[in-house]
Design a protein around this ligand. Structure first.
Ligand code: ATP
Ligand code: MG
Length: 180
């Protein structure tokens, strides 16, 4: 499984449609300060279901919608589509490609789609479950996070390593079954 493409439209500084295609292996996005690099990683977090505006470096969720510039008016909807190559069927679905879309209107209304079919956020979480991808996994390390990791207490660091290694979910399952 690998990230095949990312399409942003009306998301943060990307007023126009921006389409990025990635190859397997390492991809690097470079650009001057303020050019939108972190907005791209925010878009990945957002499409994977992030619900906290703060995690997306905003005050309110509406801040993800392009708010206008001196040259153009604000837009009414933000949309991000992330396409995963699933030829190796790491994701438990029959599709060779999985396209996840999130759309949000200024009214606050949100829509999620898998391969263009409307779905619930829960359906997306189910598909990503066990793949190591998702908003609570450590597949995205944002600016400043590395510092926080280095300065964290040993127990916090241990929790992080357990989450990254996939042990945390087994611990949660064990705790859940012990409570029953
Ligand atoms: P650095 O190298 O400093 O980390 P960067 O390339 O990561 O920079 P970003 O933080 O991704 O830059 O982009 C910041 C820009 O995005 C700012 O100019 C900000 O005004 C713009 N921006 C953020 N949200 C919106 C929005 N909703 N509408 C329009 N522009 C936005
Ligand atoms: Mg940045």
């Amino acid at each position: 499984m690998y990230l095949k493409s990312l399409t942003l439209k009306g998301f943060k500084s990307f007023a126009d449609r921006a389409h990025m295609v990635f190859e397997p292996g390492l991809a690097v996005i470079v650009g001057p300060n303020g050019s939108g690099k972190s907005n791209i990683s925010d878009a990945i977090l957002w499409v994977l279901g992030e619900q906290s505006a703060r995690q997306l470096r905003g005050q309110a969720m509406e801040d993800v919608i392009f708010s206008g510039s001196s040259a153009r008016q604000q837009v009414g909807v933000a949309e991000v589509t992330l396409v995963l190559d699933n030829a190796d069927h790491v994701l438990p679905v029959e599709f060779e490609e999985v396209a996840i879309t999130r759309r949000m209107y200024r009214s606050g209304e949100s829509e999620y789609l898998i391969n263009s079919s409307p779905c619930r956020l829960m359906d997306i979480q189910d598909v990503l479950h066990d793949s190591g991808l998702g908003k609570d996994t450590h597949s995205i390390i944002s600016q400043g996070k590395l510092d926080a990791i280095l300065q964290s207490r040993p127990e916090e660091r241990r929790a992080l390593i357990e989450e990254a290694a996939g042990i945390a979910k087994h611990k949660r399952r064990r705790e859940r079954s012990q409570r029953k």
